[in-house]
Write a protein that binds this ligand. Structure first.
Ligand code: GLN
Length: 461
């Protein structure tokens, strides 16, 4: 814990952390030590991690990257936080602090944080991706061994890809959303970000599992011991073809002109390694891929506008200092508390849900969402796993897309469709592209197939 606290101090310029408290972290480390001294031998006991600042924590403030929640302190821990933590029943991990992110997890470059921007450790003039950009930068710079992230439309996979680390978004419902500051509730999902598939497997085993009293959308399926699964696969891995029989589907829409040639070359290079390990590559089609952008950018803002209505300055969050009456207090508190992107999404969301537009936008988007999910099932009839790029380019320069929100939305093309379908997806370092920047390979599995994704990634790594 002390080692990582020192590293965090040395690399404060990356901007990855929003909250640190060495006293709290060291007290947690002592609690883990006591469990160790009492004879406990579990894999994560005493291992430090940090949480994306959308998971509420009792011991650290939680801002969700927004001025709206500046100095906010939750009276309880998110389920994912307590399952990983040093408290009773937790895996025993020590919290190093809270990680920067786009405001309310809305963004793809971590440039929408109300606090400092985050730098990509591979090239500090570039973004780390988003919205879990602080998590990605901290793991990539080895400021933390692992971190939590959340993924609504790519926010674990895309920053993992842009910083050369491994991250997995499990099936929707696999991890409890209790205590995750809500963005788009039908899409939000927690997951681990770490150096390898094995480390992700260790974390996910503790994070996942039903939470029936607190998140009614959490799946009624027991948590899986993903790491033991992997180690078992690894034992088989003494064979030269550990992935023999695995069919990997390549959607033609993921390999078209929209993807930068350097990214495609790295992805194809990784896929040929999978072939050497025994996997076969087959072409599949996801014909509605292009529509995932408009569909997502109707549904996610619609849900966000509803979720963010709770920030009214009355119960918690920012309240304006001067106002004339209640309505003026709402208006001023919200105008001061929300940044540009959150405001934009509240406006879009309110519009598409309003009378007269609901059928034309929101309902239509929901129908296409269903068709997108069906396309995946057609594709999975021909393959076990789907693969492609995560992001159409390597990490871009800080500021390059800040005046053009639509350019950021378009860059989400390869991650949105699986999110809309609720499928598990991960990013595995594939190689390097332009400027020596990391490129991730995306692996998408069918529902509940996290173990298969992690296993394939582990063999490749
Ligand atoms: N980039 C997407 C957005 O801005 C996804 C964000 C996320 O997954 N939280 O909405």
């Amino acid at each position: 814990t002390q080692h990582f606290l020192n590293r965090i101090g040395q690399h404060a310029g990356l901007g990855a952390f929003l909250a640190l408290d060495a006293d709290v972290s060291l007290a947690q480390a002592r609690a883990a030590d006591a469990r160790l001294a009492a004879g406990e031998r579990t894999p994560l006991l005493g291992v430090p991690l940090a949480h994306k600042d959308v998971f509420v924590t009792r011991d650290f403030p939680t801002t969700a990257g927004s001025k709206m929640l500046e100095h906010y302190r939750s009276p309880f821990d998110a389920t994912v936080v307590s399952r990983l933590g040093v408290g009773p029943g937790g895996a025993g991990m020590v919290t190093l602090g809270k990680l920067n992110c786009d405001e309310f997890a809305m963004g793809s470059g971590n440039e929408n944080s109300a606090y400092q921007k985050v730098q990509n450790p591979w090239d500090t003039s570039r973004v780390p991706g988003g919205s879990s950009g602080g998590s990605a930068a901290a793991v990539a710079a080895r400021l933390v061994p692992a971190a939590t992230g959340t993924d609504t439309g790519g926010s674990i996979r895309q920053p993992a890809s842009l910083t050369g680390i491994t991250g997995i978004k499990p099936t929707y419902g696999r991890c409890s959303r209790y205590g995750m500051v809500a963005f788009a509730s039908s899409l939000d999902q927690a997951g681990p970000m770490a150096r390898s598939a094995l480390d992700c497997a260790l974390l996910l085993s503790s994070m996942a599992g039903p939470d029936p009293d607190r998140d009614s959308t959490s799946l009624d399926m027991p948590a899986v011991d993903y790491a033991t699964d992997l180690i078992a696969t690894h034992a088989d891995g003494t064979s030269a073809k550990p992935l023999k029989g695995l069919k990997i589907g390549l959607p033609t829409q993921f390999f078209g002109a929209g993807c930068a040639p350097d990214v495609l070359a790295a992805v194809r290079g990784a896929l040929s390694e999978f072939e050497k390990l025994g996997a076969t590559l087959v072409d599949v089609s996801l014909p509605l891929t292009e529509l995932s952008i408009p569909v997502y950018y109707v549904i996610a803002p619609a849900e966000a506008s509803s979720n963010l209505s709770r920030f009214d300055g009355v119960r918690y969050g920012h309240r304006a200092a001067h106002y004339t009456d209640l309505t003026d207090m709402y208006k001023k508190s919200r105008s001061e508390g929300f940044g540009d992107e959150a405001t934009r999404r509240i406006m879009i969301g309110t519009y598409v849900l309003s009378h007269g537009y609901y059928d034309a936008y929101y309902l239509k988007a929901q129908k296409i969402r269903r068709l997108i999910a069906q396309d995946f099932q057609t594709a999975f009839a021909q393959c076990d796993v789907i693969a492609g790029p995560v992001s159409p380019t390597v990490a871009w320069k800080i500021g390059e897309k800040s005046d053009d929100p639509v350019a950021s939305y378009l860059a989400d093309i390869y991650t949105l469709s699986s999110s809309l379908a609720g499928l598990p997806g991960m990013s595995v370092p594939a190689g390097f592209g332009a400027g020596g920047m990391p490129v991730g390979l995306q692996l998408i599995g069918n529902y509940f197939k996290e173990a298969q994704l992690l296993g394939a990634a582990h063999q490749f790594q």
